[in-house]
Design a protein around this ligand. Structure first.
Ligand code: CAA
Length: 384
């Protein structure tokens, strides 16, 4: 592609490619079947620097740019979407949010453990009644002496069971709506933090999605994230900006896997006395897939590059997430169609890719929410 990568970016891409194919991919189908969290693989990813990709070396990270991160995440997603989403939430939302909003002490305490992969991050914003509209959340955090006391329930929390540190938003002032929301660091194992129901999902079965219940969960007041109370909504929204680049990269990786599977299948399958790769109807499907994947990749790299230049990238991250997540669902559907009946069976990886991709248009902001973000920036918010 014409987006010129530096030598270092190419090296990271190659390293991630090799690791993904040799270590992540072989057991991906088995993990999907058994719902086993990829703890082992994440440990190895920590050793290789994949869990602190954009964090400076002083915190144990490797200090790479967002473009390199996107390239690596795309490769991991190609091999296993469940592993990729853990990597994405951890790097894009959790580590990035700490880098941006944590105090020097918080950074010193948490970042080295997170960058090594020992402590994985989760992000708890969504609630049973507050999904697309997180400003309507109900979880509260009340200051009691030197501690905050958190009460409430968080829903659909990726890695909520396996994370060592959870970024939690809660109301510190109920009368101020989004300006009354604050963000906190809650270590796993804190009394009063209860890991609730694990969701049975259509896909991403090796990544846990759980409910987190806070019952008089006490944390030191120093665990407030950000300079002051009331910054939590901004913390969450800017975390999601980078998170959405991650989901776009994940979509590109899975879509590339679908297309490669479809091409390999077409070369190996004969019907009507010749290879089905000779039929124009199927050849054009591949042309359309390749075009859409390339467009998504460029959108994704563009958003990453804007972030690296320190420019605003909210709109471009939403555009990348919107297009890439919708694209992978189209590509996965067409790749199954090319496989025919075999694509519908779990013997081939297409069935897993199709299930995994479905949530990409939903989590970290639905496609509808991405359109809200983009149109609000272009037109201004609608009249209230
Ligand atoms: N960066 C920083 N600040 C931002 C921001 C951004 N990208 N977007 C908005 N804000 C700020 C605004 O400037 C505004 O601040 P002021 O009050 O100081 O002016 C404030 O936030 C409120 O902005 P809006 O009025 O635009 O907020 P809203 O309530 O209308 O919501 C929204 C806007 C885009 C719909 C937003 O609510 C949203 O993104 N919703 C989707 C939530 C989402 O993506 N949830 C996924 C959760 S994570 C997940 O999926 C699980 C997982 O682990 C993978």
């Amino acid at each position: 592609m014409a987006f010129v990568l530096t030598e270092e970016q190419e090296m990271i891409q190659t390293m991630a490619h090799d690791f993904a194919r040799e270590v992540v991919m072989p057991q991906a189908a088995e993990r999907d079947r058994t719902h086993v969290f990829p703890r082992d693989i994440l440990n190895q990813m920590g050793e290789l620097g994949f869990m602190g990709m954009m964090a400076p070396e002083e915190y144990g990270g490797v200090g790479l740019d967002t473009v390199s991160y996107v390239l690596a995440l795309t490769e991991i997603a190609y091999a296993c979407a469940s592993t990729a989403v853990v990597m994405s939430v951890h790097n894009s939302i959790c580590v990035e949010t700490l880098l941006r909003f944590a105090s020097p002490e918080q950074k010193k305490t948490w970042l080295p453990r997170m960058c090594s992969g020992e402590c994985i991050g989760a992000f708890a914003l969504t609630e049973p009644h507050a999904g697309s509209d997180p400003a309507s959340q109900r979880t509260t955090a009340r200051l009691d002496g030197d501690e905050y006391v958190i009460n409430g329930t968080k829903q659909f929390i990726t890695t909520g069971k396996n994370a060592g540190l959870i970024i939690v938003t809660a109301l510190t002032n109920k009368t101020k709506r989004h300006r009354g929301i604050s963000a906190f660091l809650v270590p796993q194992g804190t009394p009063g933090l209860i890991v609730g129901k694990t969701e049975e999902k259509l896909g991403l079965k090796a990544s846990d999605t759980v409910q987190l219940i806070f019952e008089d969960c006490r944390i030191p007041k120093e665990n407030l994230l950000g300079k002051r109370v009331g910054e939590g909504f901004k913390v969450a929204m800017s975390g999601l900006d980078c998170g959405r680049i991650g989901i776009a990269a994940q979509s590109v990786g899975v879509a590339q896997a679908c297309m490669d599977e479809a091409i390999a299948y077409m070369h190996g399958r004969e019907q009507f006395g010749r290879s089905i790769s000779q039929f124009q109807g199927l050849r054009w499907k591949i042309a359309d897939m390749a075009t859409e994947i390339e467009a998504a990749r460029v959108l994704c790299l563009n958003a990453a590059s804007l972030k690296d230049q320190g420019r605003r990238y909210t709109k471009e991250a939403s555009m990348a997430k919107l297009f890439a997540s919708e694209m992978v669902n189209r590509v996965a559907g067409q790749a199954i169609q090319i496989h025919g009946g075999y694509g519908y069976c779990s013997e081939y990886p297409m069935e897993r890719h199709y299930r995994d991709a479905r949530v990409f248009t939903i989590y970290e902001g639905t496609s509808e929410i991405q359109r809200v973000v983009v149109s609000n920036i272009l037109l201004g918010p609608p009249e209230k």
